[in-house]
Write a protein that binds this ligand. Structure first.
Ligand SMILES: *[C@@H]1O[C@H](CO)[C@@H](O)[C@H](O)[C@H]1NC(C)=O
Ligand SMILES: *[C@@H]1O[C@H](CO)[C@@H](O)[C@H](O)[C@H]1NC(C)=O
Length: 276
């Protein structure tokens, strides 16, 4: 019905003869040739004489024309060629900012981190419609992270593993070399490890020192001052005390002279009834 109305209008505005010419000479009855990995769109109505071409996502027109026209009932142009786009040329870079994108052809690519960086070079959380360059990208190691150089090493401490460079989140584990011992004012001797983060080592390496005396301990129900020192050297003294209701049995002050100086601390005994 609509066609008949349109037909009628057309006949009124142009001559019937020229319309028939269009029908017979310029209308293609077949569809335009379809590109592999592409599509066409007919322009106008079902009397289309023109078509436009587009390549599918991730494909690029490398040869041919992006349109077709009809002449003597035939489509003039062959279908254009759609070839897989070079992902390295894609606006949405598949590689990390600090990586070089190397095209391997056929839509394949590899990412290579610049020197001083480590990782797979691929962009984190990168996703696009091209199945060849989809990656989950959620790995902590994706992208290019600043590598860590090997840490400064003192003669009294050692670490493993030993490498020239360390990747992001890679860990090293420290030990003190004998006779040095890991020391801290908090008294913690928990093994120290560090990890590489943005090109820097987290935390600090352990403090490895020589202590002449072993750490003193407070007597039961008693106190000690000072309770902690980084090292106990010859001459360092501790003063023992007792809680209320207890009295010291032994010397209140002991001086570090040899490794075992603090081995036998005084004791705190309950104050005898009636004497307090
Ligand atoms: C502290 O004193 C109480 C009472 O004499 C005793 O029972 C307890 O064992 C003491 N604690 C230590 C750690 O010596
Ligand atoms: C207390 O100290 C004196 C010297 O300052 C020492 O002769 C004595 O043996 C000490 N006593 C104890 C119980 O350690």
């Amino acid at each position: 019905m609509l066609k008949i109305v349109f037909f009628g209008l057309f006949v009124v505005s142009t001559s019937a003869q020229s319309f028939l010419d269009i029908l017979t000479r310029n209308q293609c009855f077949g569809l335009p040739p379809r590109p592999i990995n592409g599509r066409y769109k007919l322009i106008g109505s079902s009397y289309a004489r023109t078509a436009s071409y587009e390549c599918n996502d991730c494909f690029k027109m490398t040869r041919g024309l992006p349109y077709n026209t009809c002449s003597n009932r035939r489509w003039v142009n062959p279908a254009p060629i759609c070839e897989r786009e070079d992902p390295c040329q894609n606006r949405r870079r598949p590689c990390d900012y600090n990586a070089e994108c190397i095209s391997l052809g056929l839509g394949k690519y590899t990412c290579q981190c610049k020197s001083g960086y480590s990782g797979d070079g691929k962009r984190s959380y990168f996703r696009d419609s091209c199945s060849t360059y989809v990656r989950s990208g959620t790995s902590r190691k994706s992208g290019c992270k600043r590598a860590c150089k090997r840490p400064f090493q003192w003669s009294n401490a050692d670490y493993t593993p030993r490498q020239d460079s360390y990747e992001e989140f890679e860990r090293i584990h420290w030990t003190c070399t004998s006779p040095y011992k890991q020391r801290s004012t908090s008294g913690s001797t928990a093994p120290v490890s560090q990890f590489c983060y943005f090109g820097h080592w987290s935390g600090t390496s352990p403090t490895c020192l020589l202590s002449l005396c072993d750490d003193p301990v407070a007597p039961g129900n008693g106190t000690i001052r000072p309770s902690k020192r980084l090292t106990w050297n010859k001459g360092n003294a501790v003063t023992y005390g007792c809680n209320d209701g207890f009295e010291l049995v032994g010397n209140a002050t002991v001086t570090c002279e040899a490794a075992n100086s603090f081995a036998n601390p005084p004791t705190c005994a309950p104050v005898a009834e009636g004497s307090g």
